[in-house]
Design a protein around this ligand. Structure first.
Ligand SMILES: Nc1ncnc2c1ncn2[C@@H]1O[C@H](COP(=O)(O)OP(=O)(O)OP(=O)(O)O)[C@@H](O)[C@H]1O
Ligand SMILES: NC(=O)c1ccc[n+]([C@@H]2O[C@H](COP(=O)(O)O)[C@@H](O)[C@H]2O)c1
Length: 260
C-alpha cells in the first residue's frame, strides 16, 4: 500500500465517545510513523446516522456535541458531521470515498469554504508557497502521487464484524480494504491476524491491513460508560469530565442530572 499521506477515519456510534476511541488514533499514528508506513496528516471521526438504529444510539446532535468536547484537546482529530446529515444511513465504503474525494479535491482547488472536518494540513491551500505550485499543477494534470488516502481505523471487533452474515457486502469489503486500507487496533477477545488468514479476500489484500497492538489493553467501551451512568456510578477517567457532565445535563442513557 502507499507510503504517502494518510488520513485515518474511524466510524461508529460513539454513544458516548470514550477515551479509547481517541487513544486508538494516537496508537495507530505512532505505529505508522515509527515503521515509516506513511505520514498521518489528519484524523476524522465519523459518527453514524441516527437511522443506523443501534440500541442506546442517542441523537446525532448529542453524539457530535460529546465528540467535540472529547476532542477539544486534540490538534489533529476532527469530527465529520457528514454521515449524520445524509437522508439515511451511509455505507462505510461510501463515506470513506466521500471524505477521500473531498480532501483530494480541496487540494487541487481554491476552495473558500472547506468543510470543518478537513485536516489542518489541507486548510492552507490558499496560502500555498510558490515552491509547491509545481507540485500542485502536476496534481491538477492528473499526477496524483501526492494523493491522500483515507484509511478506515477500527478496533479488531469491527474487522471481525465483516463475518457477520448480511452486515457487509463482499463488494464493499473488497473496496474498503483494496482501495483504502484498514488500520486495526487489537481488542481483547479478538484475533485479527487469524481472522485475516482465514478470509481469502483479506489475505489477498493483507498488505493493505495494518495491525496495531495496543499494549495498554483495556476493555473501555461505550457500553461500560452507559452502564455506569445508568446506575449512578462513577465513569470518571473513562472519558472526558466534560462528556460525563454533558450526559448528566441532558439525562442521556438514564443518567440523573446533577443534584444541587
Ligand atoms: N477498547 C477498545 N479497543 C479497541 N478499539 C475500540 C475500543 N473501543 C472502541 N473501539 C473501536 O472504536 C470504533 C467505534 O466503536 P463503537 O462506537 O461501536 O464503540 P464501542 O465502545 O465498541 O461501542 P458499544 O459499546 O456501544 O458497542 C470501532 O472501530 C471499535 O472497534
Ligand atoms: N456495510 C457497511 O458499510 C457497514 C455494515 C455495518 C456497520 N458499518 C459501520 O460500522 C460502524 C459500526 O458501529 P458500531 O460498532 O457502533 O455498531 C458504523 O459506523 C456503521 O456505519 C458499516
Amino acid at each position: 500500500m502507499s507510503q504517502g499521506k494518510i488520513v485515518l477515519m474511524a466510524c461508529g456510534s460513539f454513544s458516548p465517545p470514550t477515551y479509547m476511541h481517541l487513544r486508538m488514533f494516537e496508537i495507530a499514528k505512532d505505529y505508522i510513523h515509527s515503521l515509516g508506513l506513511g505520514t498521518i496528516i489528519g484524523g476524522i471521526v465519523s459518527p453514524v446516522h441516527d437511522a443506523y438504529g443501534k440500541k442506546d444510539l442517542v441523537a446525532a446532535n448529542h453524539r457530535i456535541s460529546m465528540l467535540k468536547l472529547a476532542l477539544r484537546s486534540s490538534g489533529w482529530i476532527k469530527v465529520s458531521e457528514w454521515e449524520t446529515q445524509q437522508a439515511g444511513w451511509t455505507r462505510t465504503k461510501v463515506s470513506l470515498q466521500y471524505h477521500q474525494d473531498t480532501i483530494n479535491n480541496n487540494l487541487t482547488s481554491n476552495n473558500d469554504n472547506p468543510p470543518s472536518w478537513l485536516p489542518d494540513d489541507m486548510l492552507n491551500v490558499n496560502n500555498i508557497q510558490p515552491r509547491d505550485l509545481n507540485k500542485l499543477n502536476e496534481r491538477m494534470n492528473g499526477n496524483m502521487e501526492d494523493k491522500v488516502t483515507v484509511k478506515l481505523l477500527c478496533g479488531a471487533d469491527l474487522l471481525e464484524s465483516f463475518a457477520t452474515p448480511g452486515l457487509w457486502s463482499e463488494e464493499d469489503m473488497e473496496a474498503i480494504v483494496g482501495r483504502h486500507g484498514l488500520v486495526v487496533v487489537s481488542r481483547a477477545g479478538c484475533d485479527p491476524g487469524k481472522f485475516i488468514y482465514e478470509s481469502d479476500m483479506l489475505y489477498k489484500y493483507r498488505r493493505n491491513v495494518t495491525l496495531v497492538t495496543n499494549y495498554i489493553a483495556n476493555e473501555v467501551s461505550s457500553t461500560v460508560v452507559r452502564r455506569l451512568m445508568r446506575r449512578g456510578e462513577s465513569a470518571k477517567y473513562l472519558t472526558e469530565d466534560s462528556v460525563l457532565a454533558y450526559i448528566r445535563q441532558n439525562c442521556l442513557y438514564g443518567a440523573e442530572p446533577f443534584v444541587t
